[in-house]
Design a protein around this ligand. Structure first.
Ligand code: ADP
Ligand code: MG
Length: 692
């Protein structure tokens, strides 16, 4: 049962005085459905309106409030002429001035002979006081009640500030005192004041800094919100973990055989991650783990080693890739790696039809095939596994799929390993995938050099072409030439790429190829193969090569109009070279004059190769929604917290939540935290608690 002291906050707004169906509808448009939502709707600016009894004491060019008597209206006679209302402040003349005003409206708000309290910027113009477009006009009431500063809220059509503030104040005036749920240590560490006080401060701001990253009142509430979020995840996860998964325990013969026969030594980072995964696999809880590592960091081998553990325990594994090109690449690589091991491997994609498909499906169903590589075809109906123990999902920046892989299989839960080559800032993985563990490959295989990155204005294109000519004559090197991204238009992308292709082909006869998104999957594959195997040197491409194309002989990537790409995308593109021990290069071609953000992006790219660092910078520049892609991000939407700069609070909230849930999973000793879950509407968590 919900505690009674939260009733007012959590009831719908239609119980407030003055809210009928029409107003309710309008307020709902602001995202305010429950009374408590008024508390989260902070003013975004303040108007100053200090009252001056005597106009001669009032400072010029500042916002002030004066008591005036309306004398006479001088409406505008033609369009550009202002509408003047002549008034008196005490004995001194002052004009109230409007441009483009509707006459009847002004007449009604400033009727002659009336006295009004008028707020606005006081000016002295042509020897006379005036206020242009007053920010506020009120009847003369008790001057004691006048506020020097008034909050301004964002509104929506059909709603005025007065109505809004009246409603908002009904809630603000009756905020209950809730028992503190943050421990003393953290209150001190972050300089937090109480929940109620923080809300009151935010709604009566002294200065306009509500949305700054440092505002400690907002930070206090942001922490609450993030704490509620992390608590909810912990609660649900604790319950989930009671559902036991398989313990994959064996002699590790396959695994050791593979490692012994590798042509290279695993990096320390790979060894650590293999261990992390291993610990999950031999425990009785279901693994859901995100494996992050830049392109070329060697994720596949880590996944394969983990697969072998599962196979040796008698289970099947899958590896799902986003395109059939990538699925085939994996299939070929892995087949080679396990050549001497007694393991059955197969591939299943959309291309498999008819009898061939049925044969494959049969072998998957009866357990003969142990490693099944594939595309989305793997999660289509009709695919039945015998004993699926682990699903690996590659290059998946759109999560969500893992849930289907995890739960579509009856009986028990296969473990899940999601591999991402798009480094995601820790703040975002915590927020969006708080229910996943995370492993990071932070070092590149030994011998691999950082990609030398430089930026160059498009004016220097000729020099660049000369350099390419020399290189092509003296080596076997291959080049990628990426063409500008033109928003919302694949046709235009293609046109730009085609033009570039034609131009380059004139210079480098029969050495240039073109690839773009409108080619069929099959034609793309053919182009890639040809480019790889024959004496072509430059592959002109739209951004299609962003995802997982592996051409080791390519040593230089040129990105045209690099200023139009986002950081994450530039980093992904750059990762297409530097896949062997040779020196490799990335050249960012940009137009002469670029804005500061674009310049910052290019600077970051030329200064570092560290994908995780780049991801953090990207988050600061673009904000969380953009980094993960607004729609498919799976990011929870926060009312108060902003993940571009509240990441530290999220980390803190996670630790705090985990600690509490570890000793008090039902929140019996921390009942005040239930209040917190209620006010941040973590209903699922509350239901879970009540059921548990
Ligand atoms: P990604 O993380 O991009 O998926 P891959 O797993 O495809 O990277 O590995 C890229 C290449 O590096 C492969 O050819 C792989 O065999 C090789 N590789 C992986 N680990 C190492 C290592 N420790 N030392 C040398 N080469 C390695
Ligand atoms: Mg890969």
């Amino acid at each position: 049962m919900r505690p009674a002291h939260l009733d007012l906050l959590l009831s719908p707004i239609n119980k407030l005085k003055g809210v009928g169906p029409k107003i309710e509808n309008i307020i709902n448009k602001l995202g305010i459905n429950l009374n408590i939502h008024f508390l989260w709707h902070f003013p975004y600016k303040i108007i100053e309106k200090k009252y001056y009894e005597n106009i001669h004491d009032a400072p010029l060019n500042q916002f002030v409030t004066l008591k005036i008597e309306v004398i006479k209206h001088y409406p505008s006679k033609f369009r550009r002429q202002p509408y003047r209302v002549s008034c008196l402040a005490n004995e001194t003349a002052i004009d109230i001035v409007y441009f483009n005003a509707r006459h009847p409206v002004i007449r009604s708000i400033l009727p002659p002979k009336s006295f009004k309290m008028i707020s606005g910027k006081l000016e002295f113009f042509k020897n006379k006081f005036q206020i242009t477009h007053p920010s506020n006009i009120e009847n003369v009431t008790d001057i004691q009640l006048l506020r020097e500063k008034e909050p301004v809220y964002s509104l929506t059509a059909g709603l005025n500030m007065k109505t809004f503030i009246k409603l908002s104040n009904q809630v603000l005036d009756s905020i209950p005192n809730l028992k503190e749920w943050i421990e003393e240590r953290l209150l001190l560490k972050y300089n937090f004041i109480s929940w109620k006080e923080a809300i009151e401060k935010l709604h009566n701001p002294e200065i306009e800094d509500t949305y700054s990253e440092k505002n400690i009142f907002r930070r206090r509430l942001a922490f609450d919100e993030l704490l509620a979020h992390q608590l909810a995840i912990c609660i649900i996860r604790t319950i989930d973990n009671k559902k036991v998964s398989v313990v994959f325990k064996n002699n590790n013969k396959l695994k050791n055989d593979l490692i012994e026969n590798l042509e290279f030594k695993l990096t320390n980072s790979q060894i650590n991650v293999v261990d992390e995964i291993q610990k999950d696999l031999v425990s009785n809880k279901q693994m859901i783990r995100l494996l992050q590592g830049d392109v070329g960091s060697g994720k596949t081998i880590v996944a394969l080693i983990s697969m072998l553990t599962v196979i040796e325990s008698g289970y099947q594994v899958t590896l799902m890739a986003p395109t059939s090109i990538l699925a085939y690449q994996h299939y070929e690589n892995i087949s080679k790696l396990i050549l001497n091991l007694p393991i059955e491997i197969d591939i299943l994609t959309g291309k498999d039809k008819g009898k061939k498909r049925i044969e494959k499906l049969d072998k998957i169903k009866d357990g003969t095939t142990q490693i099944i590589i594939g595309t989305h075809a793997l999660i289509q109906e009709g695919v039945k596994f015998n004993k699926l123990g682990l699903s690996v999902i590659d290059e998946q920046h759109r999560f969500g799929v893992y849930q289907r892989m995890a739960f579509n299989y009856k009986g028990f839960r296969p473990s899940i390993l999601v591999m991402s080559a798009t480094p995601i800032p820790r703040t975002l993985t915590l927020a969006a995938y708080g229910d996943m563990d995370e492993s990071r490959l932070i070092e590149k295989p030994i011998g691999r050099k950082p990609i030398k990155t430089s930026s160059l204005t498009l004016k220097k294109e000729k020099n660049l072409i000369e350099r390419i000519k020399k290189k092509i004559n003296n080596s076997k090197d291959k080049f990628f030439w990426i063409c500008p991204l033109i928003e919302e238009s694949q046709e235009l992308d293609l046109k730009a790429a085609t033009d570039r292709y034609i131009a380059l082909n004139k210079i480098f006869k029969n050495k240039v190829m073109l690839i773009h998104g409108q080619l069929s999957e099959k034609d793309k594959e053919l182009t890639m193969e040809k480019f790889k195997d024959e004496d072509y040197r430059i592959l002109v491409a739209t951004t299609v090569i962003e995802v997982g194309i592996d051409i080791k002989s390519a040593t230089t990537i040129i990105i045209e109009h690099a200023e139009r790409f986002g950081l994450a995308q530039l980093h992904q593109l750059r990762g297409r070279v530097g896949r062997n021990d040779e020196e490799s290069y990335c050249i960012l071609l940009h137009k002469e004059n670029i804005n500061d953000t674009a310049k910052k992006r290019l600077d970051i790219m030329t200064n570092t190769n560290d994908g995780f660092l780049i991801a953090e910078e990207d988050l600061k520049i673009r904000g969380p929604g953009e980094v993960l892609g607004k729609r498919q991000s799976g990011l929870p939407s926060f009312n108060i917290a902003d993940l571009s700069y509240d990441g530290d609070l999220l980390e803190e909230a996670k630790l705090y939540a985990e600690n509490i849930i570890s000793y008090d999973p039902q929140l019996d000793q921390n009942k005040n935290l239930k209040d917190l879950l209620y006010i941040h509407e973590r209903d699922t968590a509350i239901k879970t608690l009540n059921a548990g």
